[in-house]
Design a protein around this ligand. Structure first.
Ligand code: G6P
Length: 593
């Protein structure tokens, strides 16, 4: 999703620093980018389509400016549509995350006032509105701030706006929905849409709340209420991530780096999250109706949670994808507990129903979230930080297994068996390590050679292995672009088996649990129709053409069983020449509906 990086400071290396900041935001997903700096009372811009790669910007020295990575919504991927956008006079530049929902009506008004448009974006209306609002203030020194508040109040939708004024070294930012983080340096201040971009510069940050505006300059930061203009005292937090964690180190890609971090993360959850899991379990016990929601990979973790809670704690928990939860809200009450799962804590399809649910139904919200200070972290009544460190690959891997580990611990805590749960997670961490051995990786490389040219793949599991099949399919399709579909094992024969052709790869999750008999019958049904059956299982079986041995992790099976598919997805991407970290069309943090 779109990224923002802004700098105002005493040093004059703005352009290079902004480009570096944008590179650190690349993982969010984007299709064009641009930079603007203040120069000699004017504004210089550079905009390009495509990835930043090794691009350099040849811009003069400047002490203030900003940059943007654009993930197109309104208007195609063109240089003109890339941000920043300038007003007609060249005094002001604007970058924007979100969607101005009333842009058509505003565009008409601005056109009628004689402004000329250079892009098809909803963003450009903002800069022309600002131009008029600043002009109406006739040289008032606070004109840009006041104009930003006035114009922002007219925008419908969830937006973050930043304004660069060529007449001053102040940058103005305001938000309502899209994340913005202020970074405090020494004579150097920053704003970014993501804290990880600030790590090389500072760990002291403020996460802006909706309806807040900030002005950053080399001398400091002033925060105000966007509606009233009243000055606010921002809460300053110390980030617990460091810059090395957000870098590749010895690894070729973030995907493989993050896969390999999983044993340590899962182990640390077992050892350090007992109390937080118990607190969450107590909230579940005290609620009247608990719901798990999440999107994408987080939805697959949430669905696994439904099975885990039934199996381990005999507790019914409802699951819904975040984007559907708005349509299932009719029965929510103040006794309802909604547990939201989200790596970024910024996914709008998760945030929106929570905000409504809190406001209109008085629900309790708990969060399993990886990013300190994120929107979800702040709005939850209880936020449990996953502690997985920065996840930069678009594909979620370590945040998924971290969520599963926390859910298992919580279910065990709910059943009064927290310590047993902790032991189980520690064993699972060892089993992940085994999965990452050279032998196992060679086996996955061999499998990759056998199937990488196929365009369709099916995956099945029963019980808690059903969401494992959905998640494994998601990993494979996101990064290799192979059509891979996960199904409940018993469902395949009710329709989709029609698609099986000789040689179609089918991955079958066959753990040593109550699902084994049923899923092996389903595997035989596939084999009888010519499928190439790949079994993920502690034991071999006649039903398998190819066996991937995994440890028998009992209730923690979904953690261990997810590793082979993560490795397979990585290998398929390398073999098929796709980008393992930044798959086409996807964004890491999806902040628009
Ligand atoms: C996007 C990402 C997925 C991720 C989903 C939810 O679609 O591409 O990888 O699973 O958002 O993200 P969250 O940050 O809420 O876990």
């Amino acid at each position: 999703m779109c990224g923002i990086f802004a700098y105002a400071g005493r040093q004059t290396d703005a352009a290079g620093m902004i480009l570096d900041g944008l590179r650190r935001l690349e993982y969010r997903g984007y299709d064009s980018w641009g930079v603007a700096i203040r120069n000699n009372g004017g504004i210089l811009t550079e905009k390009q389509v495509g990835k930043i790669g090794s691009a350099e910007v040849s811009m003069p020295e400047s002490n203030a400016g900003f940059g943007h990575t654009r993930w197109a919504t309104h208007g195609g991927v063109t240089q003109c549509n890339a941000h920043p956008h300038l007003d007609c006079t060249g005094r002001l530049a604007v970058i924007h995350n979100g969607i101005v929902e009333n842009h058509d009506e505003l565009r008409q008004e601005v056109r009628n006032a004689g402004h000329r448009f250079h892009s098809e974006t909803d963003t450009e209306v903002v800069v022309h509105l600002l131009e008029d609002a600043v002009a109406a203030r006739n040289g008032d020194p606070g004109a840009v701030e006041q104009a930003t508040r006035e114009v922002f109040a007219r925008l419908d939708g969830l937006n973050a706006i930043m304004v660069l004024d060529s007449h001053s070294d102040k940058l103005v930012a305001v938000k309502n929905g899209s994340p913005l983080v202020v970074g405090y340096g020494d004579g150097r201040n920053y704003i970014a849409s993501d804290a990880s971009a600030l790590l090389p510069h500072t760990q002291r940050v403020t996460f802006l709340s909706d309806g807040e505006m900030v002005v950053i300059s080399p001398d400091g930061i002033v925060a105000r209420d966007a509606a009233t203009g009243a000055q606010l005292q921002p809460e300053v937090l110390e980030l617990d991530w460091n810059v090395e964690q957000a870098e590749l180190g010895e690894h070729a890609h973030y995907l493989t780096k993050e896969i390999h971090e999983q044993p340590a993360i899962v182990r640390s959850i077992a050892l350090s999250q007992g109390d937080t899991a118990q607190k969450l379990a107590d909230m579940v016990r005290d609620s009247y109706g608990t719901f798990f929601i999440g999107c994408g990979t987080a939805a697959n973790a949430a669905l696994t949670g439904q099975y885990l809670f039934s199996r381990i704690a005999r507790r019914h928990v409802n699951f819904a994808p975040g984007s559907e939860f708005n349509y299932l809200e009719h029965f929510l009450t103040p006794q309802s507990l909604v547990i939201a799962l989200s790596q970024s804590g910024e996914t709008i399809d998760v945030i929106e129903p929570l905000v409504r649910g809190k406001k209109e139904k008085g629900i309790q919200v708990a969060a399993l979230v990886n990013v300190l200070g994120s929107t979800l972290y702040r709005l939850a009544d209880f936020a449990l930080l996953l502690g997985a460190g920065p996840e930069k690959c678009v594909l979620a891997t370590k945040s998924y297994t971290a969520k599963l580990a926390v859910l298992i611990l919580t279910a065990y805590a709910l059943d009064g068996r927290l310590e047993e749960g902790q032991q189980l997670i520690l064993q699972a961490a060892d089993m992940i390590e085994e999965q990452l051995s050279d032998d196992n990786k060679a086996r996955i490389a061999d499998l990759t050679e056998r199937i990488y040219e196929r365009e369709d793949m099916f995956l099945i599991g029963r019980g808690m292995s059903y969401p494992s099949s959905l998640e494994a399919a998601l990993k494979i399709k996101e990064v290799s672009y192979i059509h891979a579909e996960g199904f409940a094992g018993g469902e395949l024969k009710h329709g989709v088996i029609a698609l099986i052709e000789p040689g179609t790869p089918c991955i079958v999750f066959a753990p040593n649990d109550e699902t084994r008999g049923g899923i092996l019958s389903n595997a035989q049904e596939l084999r009888a129709r010519g499928a190439y059956v790949i079994g993920v299982s502690p034991q071999p079986s006649d039903a398998f053409d190819f066996h991937i041995p995994v440890g028998d992790a009992g209730d923690a099976g979904p953690i261990v069983n997810s590793i082979p598919a993560q490795l397979l997805a990585y290998n398929l991407a390398l073999k098929r020449g796709t980008d393992p970290d930044k798959p086409r069309n996807l964004a890491k943090s999806v902040t628009v509906k």
